[in-house]
Write a protein that binds this ligand. Structure first.
Ligand code: ATP
Ligand code: MG
Ligand code: MG
Ligand code: MG
Length: 436
């Protein structure tokens, strides 16, 4: 992408409406635009990152054996009356009436709809286990939308739903998602701690929230200090293995949200207990037959008996993750994207656009890096070098390749690593070999 034609409306000034650093940086980098309270348009730079995050989530869901489908955003109120949640959900649900006066709603979650799809087609225990997920926009009329995409009203969620014949099988489904979540967040460079959590209006008994520790987080959390240095995926099993031992040893290290934490019964001595704030980036539930019973999602068992299926649901805040990643990875100059979610792999900085030799070398590098499969942000604008460096740091591209007439005299370019600020001078070929 040539930045001279890329739609990236960066801001020089710090936007005053943004209270936390991730929101400020997303606005300054021209990634999002609020269109009404808690509702955002994703500008090209932001959308590139959103798709990267989404793709990592997708790959790990697929690896865990879940299957992707796509359900609509608009749902019928009737389905929610069947589960009893239409009235329970309250003002967070955006209710809509169509031209025939039918009651509809913009889905805040999809348990009812997936249960309806399931019961229409799945009739035998032989078709189980099954885990279906989608990545779709949700709407919750949050009382206080804030912190940019962190607490939006419209937001992108991955939600998966598991169906099993008995509690033991449902537990295995839960453990597969537990592992998939740890792998997903680790791939984004995040340390997410699974914490015992309240099940809230979704109901059930077994539940974990995945929390990124951050001062700006909206959840109060408690965990054993061992979590801070733990490499949770070291020696982790694969999805085909028995996950029970891994699940047991991981959940044995204390971690709980403030709803679940009780100082009186907490097994961790105070000196080892960390009390902190955190961002909820994922939440998994096992809720048994809470929906299958009222909605009559039953299958025939081995002896022909009718069995309500055991269910679980598993959410990830895909759009919230972008804020969480920035909260966890930035400095005074801007965002520091982990490689896996960066909008571009390489930022190519032309120090003197219009200089024939510099332009020629840059165009050549740009072409070769792209041929090698790298996504390149080529800053070919007629700006001062200082402005170009500032923008590259702001948008957080992991590698910056700086090309100018002075270096070219001796055949060298400069390569900078955004995360460390480390710079080295290299020949053009050596730089290509390193990046391609
Ligand atoms: P919160 O406690 O932050 O309100 P929640 O517990 O209501 O979240 P869940 O119903 O568990 O949310 O939804 C699954 C995931 O969706 C959450 O873990 C979170 O990452 C994300 N999410 C929920 N609400 C929002 C929102 N308003 N904006 C962005 N992401 C959200
Ligand atoms: Mg909520
Ligand atoms: Mg919550
Ligand atoms: Mg939750």
């Amino acid at each position: 992408m040539r930045l001279s034609s890329f739609f990236m409306p960066t801001l020089k000034e710090t936007p005053t409406e943004a209270q936390i650093v991730s929101h400020r940086l997303m606005l300054r980098a021209g990634m999002i635009r609020q269109t009404s309270a808690g509702i955002y348009a994703w500008l090209p730079l932001g959308y590139r990152v959103l798709r990267k995050i989404e793709q990592i989530v997708r790959e790990e869901q697929d690896a865990a054996g879940a299957q992707e489908l796509l359900m609509p955003t608009i749902q019928s109120a009737d389905l929610w009356r069947e589960s009893g949640r239409y009235d329970d959900y309250g003002k967070e649900m955006l209710r809509i009436t169509d031209r025939h006066d039918r009651e509809m709603l913009f889905g805040p979650t999809n348990e009812e709809m997936i249960t309806d799809i399931f019961r229409a087609f799945v009739k035998s225990y032989r078709q189980l286990p099954l885990n279906l997920y989608h990545i779709q926009w949700k709407f919750r009329d949050e009382i206080r939308p804030r912190f940019g995409v962190m607490r939006g009203r419209e937001f992108l969620m991955k939600d998966a739903y598991s169906f099993d014949i008995d509690p033991a099988s449902a537990r295995r489904a839960y453990q597969r998602m537990f592992l998939a979540y740890l792998r997903t967040f680790a791939r984004m460079g995040l340390k997410a701690i699974p914490m015992r959590a309240d099940t809230g209006p979704i109901g059930g008994d077994l539940s974990h929230e995945f929390i990124i520790l951050a001062e700006t987080g909206e959840s109060g959390v408690f965990c054993h200090k061992d979590w801070l240095s733990l490499d949770v995926l070291k020696d982790a099993p694969g999805f085909a293995d028995d996950l029970q031992p891994f699940f047991d040893r991981t959940t044995a290290i204390y971690a709980a949200t403030d709803e679940k934490h009780d100082a009186a019964t907490c097994p961790v001595p105070e000196s080892d207990l960390v009390s902190a704030r955190g961002i909820e980036v994922g939440h998994i539930f096992n809720f048994g037959t809470k929906y299958s019973k009222p909605m009559n999602a039953v299958v025939a068992g081995p002896n022909g008996e009718s069995i309500p299926v055991e269910m679980g649901s598993y959410g990830i805040g895909v759009s919230r993750l972008m804020g969480a990643i920035i909260e966890a990875s930035h400095d005074d100059n801007g965002i520091i994207w982990p490689d896996a979610v960066a909008p571009f792999d390489v930022g190519l900085v032309n120090l003197k656009s219009g200089d024939a030799e510099t332009d020629r070398v840059c165009a050549d590098l740009y072409a070769k890096l792209q041929t090698a499969g790298r996504e390149v942000a080529y800053d070919d604008r007629e700006e001062r070098p200082g402005a170009k460096f500032a923008d590259m740091d702001l948008i957080g591209v992991p590698w910056q390749l700086v090309v100018g007439p002075r270096g070219l005299k001796t055949g060298v370019v400069e390569l900078k690593r955004r995360a460390t600020g480390e710079k080295e001078e290299l020949s053009i070929d050596a730089a290509l070999a390193k990046l391609a």
